[in-house]
Design a protein around this ligand. Structure first.
Ligand code: IMP
Length: 194
């Protein structure tokens, strides 16, 4: 079976992508290749961060790998929090504080449009490829739902009335930024003759 490293420490993401890949590819974890340190993410864009992580792993292992980076881009905030989505309000991944800050920053704004964007950087046979997935929607006036994570309780995807946090994981994955980016990656991997 073909093997490929997924540069993430998030077991949930790993399982999600492995499920889409089926048994054609086996995802290898960072721990399995002896990478236990935090991989730097210091670029100014999602593309830059995804590439930075994939290159870091490729330089150390010489193996095929991919990495992802996601941001919530809010129109009325000039695309913020964007690449700073995880650390919008604090230095940690404090979802409650991030959501509270987002609501405060949008308090006087009537334009609530936003989108999630995921970029995946793949290094296959030493060549770099980028894949993007995006879902458009609006930021609600208040949080609702208990599922998902991050900004899910505030994000209502286009064509829906419920937030991502009110949807089942399957319903969210079918239309989400990450689901769409992963689908493009998988389609590409299936097409390649490796
Ligand atoms: P990451 O690049 O996937 O780690 O995402 C960075 C940050 O974006 C996370 O810490 C979350 O705040 C936010 N985020 C990413 N994906 C989602 C999602 O599917 N729902 C809500 N928030 C997300």
């Amino acid at each position: 079976m073909k093997q490929i490293i997924f540069a993430t420490n998030n077991a949930h993401k790993l399982g999600e992508v492995q499920a889409v890949l089926g048994d054609e590819f086996r995802l290898v974890t960072l721990a399995e290749c002896g990478i236990t340190e935090d991989i730097p993410e210091t670029a100014a864009t999602l593309e830059g961060n995804a590439l930075q992580k994939a290159r870091y792993v490729h330089e150390r292992t010489g193996r095929d790998c991919f990495a992802d980076d996601t941001g919530l881009e809010v129109d009325a905030l000039g695309g913020e929090p964007g690449v700073h989505s995880a650390r919008y309000a604090t230095d940690g991944h404090d979802f409650a504080a991030n959501n509270a800050l987002l609501l405060r920053n949008l308090a006087d704004k009537s334009d609530r449009r936003a989108h999630f964007r995921t970029v995946i950087a793949l290094i296959l046979d030493g060549e770099e490829h980028l894949f993007e997935g995006r879902v458009d929607g609006v930021i609600a006036e208040q949080m609702s739902g208990a599922g998902g994570f991050g900004y899910d309780p505030l994000f209502v995807p286009e064509g829906h009335t419920e937030s991502f946090a009110e949807m089942s994981a399957e319903a969210k994955n079918a239309i989400s930024h990450r689901g769409r980016a992963v689908a493009r990656l998988v389609e590409f991997l299936r097409k390649t003759d490796k």
